[in-house]
Structures are given as structure tokens and as C-alpha cells.
Design a binder for this molecule. Structure first.
Ligand SMILES: N[C@@H](CCC(=O)N[C@@H](CS)C(=O)NCC(=O)O)C(=O)O
Length: 213
């Protein structure tokens, strides 16, 4: 089955893109030009009524939410071992980390990056930003501890969670004290950056392959 990933460079499409590269399946990328606000076009809103990137189209299936797309790819290509087998403790931890990344870390970053979405008062933007940074810092401390054995979130085995973490840490380079300064987080994203699939995804998107050293 051929997949089509609607993307914009370095957006929330990056983690699903890395995973499509990992599994080596037949897929194509469709650029959603954010500069032209194409994510709000009637055509795109039919795919994702939220007007957000990414969307994956696989035959009849139209899927939004980056983490859901990652889970779908991991399940569709079990031979790529992007997730532990279902009904195991490792699989439960895999769910936990992916949900933590998408429910806690990603919204904190979004509040830092787009405080105007979290308050109607321009005078409160800085406060929203500071609270978001504090929340992100707490979350990354939890990840840093979890990565103490490492190098990946599930220990020795790479999984879709690590691609997701790579995307978030890539974004977070904008912070004054980015999480890539945390030694275990850095080791993890370095391992992800060293994977040919990550290199290809960054190359194709025309974005920097971060954390190569
Ligand atoms: N929870 C969604 C969030 C997606 C999201 O925020 N996408 C951003 C790009 S990183 C976007 O499309 N922003 C454009 C907009 O909001 O108009 C996901 O993970 O898929």
C-alpha cells in the first residue's frame, strides 16, 4: 500500500516521516505550504478538520495526530520493530512514553512557541512562556532519569518513541537551555541522528540533521 504523508519541513510530520523511512515502505510526501496557510485550505481541512500538519493517507484511511500516525506505522510494519510486541510490559511502557511526549512535552513546547494560543492578553505572553518552559523542564527531567540506562527510552531497543523525542528535542533547540544539554537526552538523540532513516528524512525535508556530535 502506498502512503502519502502531508508534511512541512521540521513540523509534527517529522517523526512519522522518520518512521516511514525506517520501515522502507512505498510512500510519497505532499508539502502543505504553511507560508501560504494551506493547512487551513478547504481541501486540507477535509483531511484534517483541525487544520494542522501532519496527515497520513493510506488507501481509504485518513489519519491525523502525529503520535497516532506513528503507532499506525509501527503496527503496520511489525518486522521493523518500532514498537515492542503487544500485551507485554515493554509495550505498556512504549505507550506511556509516546503519550507523555505527545500529551505533556509537546503542549509545553507549543505554549512556549505560540503563547498567543493560550491567552487573549498580549501582556500575558511572557508569563505563559515562562510557565511552559518550567513545565517542559520538569518533563525533560523525567525523561533524563528514564534514559539513565539508555540509550533509548525502552533501554537497548530503538522504538517510535525515540523518533518522537528526536523531533521534540530538535524543536526545543530554540530554548535558552535546550534539553539537548541533558547528557542522557543528548545520547538518545545522537543515536537517533546516527540512523540512516533519520538522516534521509532530514535530507529530504531540507532541514539540519541535528545532534550528530
Ligand atoms: N497534536 C497535533 C499537533 C499538530 C500541530 O500542532 N502541527 C503544527 C505544525 S508543528 C501546525 O500544523 N501548525 C499550523 C497551524 O496551527 O495552523 C499532532 O501532533 O499532530
Amino acid at each position: 500500500m502506498k502512503h502519502r504523508l502531508y508534511y512541512y519541513p521540521a513540523n509534527a510530520s517529522l517523526a512519522p516521516h522518520i518512521l516511514l523511512q525506517e520501515v522502507g515502505c512505498d510512500f510519497e510526501l505532499a508539502l502543505v505550504d504553511r507560508k501560504q496557510e494551506r493547512q487551513k485550505s478547504a481541501e486540507y481541512l477535509r483531511l484534517n478538520p483541525n487544520g494542522r500538519i501532519p496527515v497520513l493517507v493510506s488507501g481509504e484511511l485518513v489519519l491525523f495526530e502525529s503520535a497516532a500516525i506513528c503507532l499506525y506505522i509501527a503496527d503496520l510494519y511489525p518486522e521493523a520493530r518500532l514498537a515492542p510486541p503487544p500485551r507485554t510490559a515493554a509495550r505498556a511502557h512504549f505507550y506511556k512514553w509516546l503519550m507523555f511526549l505527545t500529551n505533556t512535552v509537546q503542549p509545553a513546547y507549543m505554549a512556549f512557541r505560540y503563547p498567543e494560543h493560550y491567552t487573549t492578553e498580549a501582556s500575558q505572553h511572557e508569563g505563559v512562556r515562562q510557565a511552559a518552559v518550567a513545565q517542559g523542564t520538569r518533563a525533560f527531567r523525567v525523561l533524563e532519569d528514564a534514559l539513565s540506562q539508555g540509550p533509548f527510552l525502552l533501554g537497548a531497543d530503538y522504538s517510535a518513541c525515540d523518533a518522537y523525542l528526536y523531533m521534540l528535542v530538535w524543536w526545543a533547540q530554540r530554548l535558552a537551555e535546550p534539553p539537548s544539554q541533558l547528557p542522557n537526552v543528548r545520547r538518545c538523540v545522537q543515536h537517533v541522528a546516527a540512523r540512516p532513516a533519520t538522516r534521509r528524512a532530514c535530507e529530504v525535508e531540507g532541514i539540519e540533521l541535528r545532534f550528530v556530535d
